[in-house]
Design a protein around this ligand. Structure first.
Ligand code: ATP
Ligand code: MG
Length: 509
């Protein structure tokens, strides 16, 4: 096929250009701006290659143009000056990885910042590694125990899944993710947690580490901190660094849950870098490859197949919305890359429904395949019932009169909303969740005033702990749901409910 005139013109131009003779191997800094260096005369350089500046400062190539190379400086840019020499290394960016990172707080370039000893790790991982291929993966079926009853029952997360946590400012996004990490320690799960702070305040990261320690979860967690005060370069790299650490453990056959808090700030850091690299801005001034930036990160979450050891990375990216607008550019991008989203609603949060999960807008596309057998059995029709309650509740806002059947449905919905309330770090074990849901689904709670529900909940837990330890163990071990087990659950529920006055005393329990 004959080449187009334009292509011919370009080819001729490239042929005429002297790509080797004029260039020496080393380059020179001709521009320095906010952690970005533009380099001239750098030959045979590749995208993502590491270059070396004076004073052992490294940089990573992010932009290749005909005449200049744009480099992100991975260190103290204030020590560099125009005219400094830059040497290509022929290597792509890698970081040390290994067990030594567990329990530590590091910055976005893996340097420890917790005031403890140096980290010695003999393995290295590629910061921009390729995601596992389709054939390397396996279906997501193993549930992540989140300890949040609304999630475990309706929006189950499986190991290897990517579930977005999305919501406005101050709606409990970080707390929800943090609680999932804490629950891994509480349930003694063999899961490593990685929390990546991208562009959040240093103080909140500090508070998070303190909370992890208080709940004995820091011993199985790594915190990668690229705070708002850190360079855009560090904020840009931090999630990849966290993911590279996670990959090391996944390939050892371990399970990892990684939280990216948050990708909105990550997109902003990348936008800043791209504008400094003179890239043309696209929608909302983000560069055109912003989708690819996040998809190549989140695609690295996977459940590996048995031959590869069965390890998994579960990714929980967080995205902040403005006034609940999930149709903005970055949210829609990330919604389309993930396997579902947990939508936190500001109004629910202020009403006191916390965690403020909007069950209508939240989904997990992995669904019940990632639930324990018992949970699946107990929660079968939960979602449909709750959805019909929401619909009815919205009718009620118009002050409509309702018949008795509808009133009962609405009451049921209100009770469930009450059962789903959990204050922060107050996590439920699988046995507690199953007893609660069983009582609700089988209408044991319908005749009690809403105000008694929290107390009933506590009594159920107390009795389960103190007098029904065999039942508790069976439920924890996810035994087959049989009539004997069911009888025990019913007995427990009835014993507890006897202690509470009925709203309609003529009905018996
Ligand atoms: P930001 O947008 O600032 O990152 P965020 O959405 O991550 O906020 P958090 O920082 O997790 O929200 O929570 C906001 C506040 O609400 C915190 O003070 C936290 O302690 C409180 N909070 C979050 N979840 C709960 C809960 N389930 N019960 C009680 N308080 C909660
Ligand atoms: Mg937060």
């Amino acid at each position: 096929m004959p080449a187009s005139p334009l292509l011919e013109k370009i080819t001729k131009k490239i042929e005429k250009a002297d790509l080797s003779g004029g260039f020496s191997k080393a380059g020179t800094i001709i521009e320095l701006r906010d952690g970005i260096a533009m380099i001239q005369w750098l030959a045979n350089i590749a995208f993502n290659e590491i270059v070396e500046f004076p004073k052992n400062i490294l940089g990573v190539v992010l932009d290749l143009s005909a005449k200049t190379t744009g480099v992100l400086i991975l260190g103290d840019a204030s020590q560099l000056a125009l005219g400094d020499r830059v040497i290509p290394t022929g290597k792509v960016l890698s970081i040390p990885v290994g067990e030594a990172y567990i329990g530590r707080v590091v910055d976005g370039f893996t340097k420890p910042i917790d005031g403890k000893w140096e980290i010695v790790a003999s393995n290295r991982g590629l910061v921009e590694a390729l995601a596992p291929k389709v054939m390397d993966r396996q279906e997501v079926t193993q549930p992540v125990k989140t300890g949040i009853v609304a999630l475990d029952s309706m929006i189950p997360i499986g190991h290897g899944q990517r579930e977005l946590i999305i919501g406005d400012r101050q709606t409990g996004k970080t707390t929800l993710a943090l609680d999932i990490l804490i629950n891994q320690a509480k349930e003694q799960e063999d899961v490593i947690g990685i929390y990546v702070n991208i562009g959040q305040k240093n103080a909140s990261a500090k508070h998070l580490v303190k909370t992890l320690k208080e709940h004995h979860a820091m011993d199985q967690t790594i915190v990668v901190n690229a705070a708002a005060s850190d360079s855009a370069a560090m904020q840009y790299l931090a999630p990849y660094v966290g993911c590279t650490l996670a990959e090391y453990f996944m390939h050892q056959g371990k399970k990892v849950i990684i939280v990216y808090d948050d990708l909105t700030k990550h997109a902003i850091a990348y936008r800043e870098i791209s504008l400094l690299l003179h890239r043309p801005p696209s929608r909302e001034a983000y560069p055109g490859d912003i989708f690819y930036l996040h998809s190549r990160l989140l695609e690295r979450a996977a459940q590996l197949n048995k031959q590869l050891g069965g390890g998994a990375i579960t990714a929980l990216p967080i995205v902040e919305t403005l006034e609940g607008d999930i149709s903005a550019y970055i949210p829609t991008n990330i919604i389309s890359i993930t396997d579902g989203q947990i939508y936190l609603n500001e109004d629910l949060f202020h009403e006191g429904t916390r965690p403020a999960i909007d069950v209508g807008l939240s989904v997990s596309r992995v669904g019940s395949t990632a639930q324990t057998a018992l949970m699946k059995k107990v929660t079968g029709k939960l979602r449909i019932q709750l959805a019909s309650f929401r619909e009815l509740a919205s009718f009620l806002q118009f002050g409509s009169e309702v018949n008795e059947e509808t009133a009962i449905k609405i009451k049921k919905g209100q009770i469930l909303t009450e059962l789903f309330k959990q204050s922060q770090h107050d996590l439920l074990s699988p046995s507690q969740e199953i007893v609660l849901l069983y009582a609700w689904i089988n209408d044991y709670l319908i005749d009690f005033p809403l105000s008694d529900i929290p107390a009933i909940k506590q009594s159920l837990f107390l009795k389960l702990e103190q007098q029904y330890s065999d039942l508790k163990i069976s439920l924890e071990q996810d035994e087959i749901f049989n009539t004997e087990l069911e009888k025990q659950i019913i007995k427990l529920i009835k014993e507890v409910l006897k202690e509470f006055p009925l709203l309609f005393p003529w009905k018996s329990v």
